[in-house]
Design a protein. Sequence first.
Length: 339
Amino acid sequence: MDRSPSSRSRRFTVLVAMTASTVLALAGCSSSSGGKKSEESAAGDSAGKATTPRMTIAMITHAVPGDTFWDTIRKGAQAAAAKDNIKLVYSSDPNGGNQANLMQNAIDQKVDGIAVTLAKPDAMKDTVAKAVQAGIPVVGFNSGVDDWNKQGLLEYFGQDETVAGEAVGKKLSSLGAKKIACVIQEQGQVALEARCAGVKKGFSGTTENLFVNGADMPSVKSTVTAKLKQDPSIDYVVTLAAPVALTATQAVSDGGSKAKVATFDLNKELVKAIQDGSIQFAVDQQPYLQGYLAVDSLWLYKNNGNYSGGGVAPVLTGPAFVDKSNVATVATFAAKGTR
């Protein structure tokens, strides 16, 4: 495969055009987080099945237990696995060191490919290097847009979180917001902190980060409630995950605040909250698409030597805004758990 600078430049130009058209075509998407067992049936999610030799793909994420976002990613991954005659082995741990250990296990098992998130890239880089040295193709998705290429991954599928955050900041400015509390549910997670940094960059008013424990929703509720009581000038709460957003709406009520809630990521409950007006909008990075593309890309690489993005540019799956103007379209798919 030609991976010369001139060839990469041509591929990048083509990718930009493809990405722009894809984002426009898919403007009405989703995301949320999760944790069900690994090899669940994807019957009905795929059309046909490849006759290529059976492959084993490890998908290793930083999912927090109970975060339904990852259920959506896994559904996409399972649909691609069913279509491509792939055995999908899913594992997750929010701790960077533990996630690296899971990746080492996949290397030891000599899997045919690995799809991994780089939420804490420094913790993962040594193990990623071992996989690459072992000749195992590795793709990144969801988290690690700034690190995948320099760590030697083949491809990346996801959202540029800084760009997405900046878009949120600009939207809130247009809505007349003056002060934002940006709620980060996992301190040190680079993608989440990039979102809030982007919000600050795009917003004309004042922003403040509020750190909470996303694995403990009662604690999230009490922390946000206390903040809103302490600072009634906050007129928007921006959250970075659907379950946190739904909890934030309760905190607004408990705190006697007039603040409105906007969020990154979707699930079917959050779609209902947009429909009833308790949440203003969500930013969708399309987790189903991320899971699907990550697995399918490894099949394509193995069987046809393909690189999405020419191996030098990410494939963007977001951002897209979901609000009352388009939520009805998304709701049908969200009810199935695929948006």
